[in-house]
Design a protein around this ligand. Sequence first.
Ligand code: FE2
Length: 206
Amino acid sequence: MSWHQERKEAICLTVHNIRMIENENGVTKPALTEILGQLQGLATQVEWFSEDEFPAPDLDVAESSHVYRISEDPNDHRFALYVQSARAPTSTPPHNHDTWAVIAGINGNELNRFYRATEEGVEVVGSHVVQAGTGVTLLPDDLHSIHITDEGCVINFHMYGLGLEYLTERQYYDRISGEWKVFARYDNIIDARHILQWPSKLLQLN
Ligand SMILES: [Fe+2]
């Protein structure tokens, strides 16, 4: 079996297992911890999710990260699995997700800060550096921010209960205005689901 085929089957099995975990347990912290375990297993195959396959943006463009969609349920857009490939400087404001979110490290360091909402805005309540072998889990209302300062390419899995384009109520805290705002619709996703069709699609093209 080719490694492309192995990767395809491993991604499909991982997403299947994650679907089962959520179906059986609902959206709870223990369920998300199980989901993280599934993604960590897939993340051990570092060579399948390399910078060559999933490059970060060039240094001369404004955006600092690419989000590659590698799996998403076709009808309801649930169980959206992305490879995020980023370079410094990447920094987000504190935000929620309006669905569950799990991040698993593949390569490099991604600092996550966690917050609680206060009357004045937000207060940091913890942090974790996502790197190979670790990750974070977030319930729909949990707040975090992401910060990348590493040189080179930082690659992680980001998985959401619902595809990013359909998260219309995601909020972030704007420190300048001191207000909570709704994220603009995220539609810069690079569709990489063709890797799940390899080699049949290539054979069809030939
Ligand atoms: Fe996030």
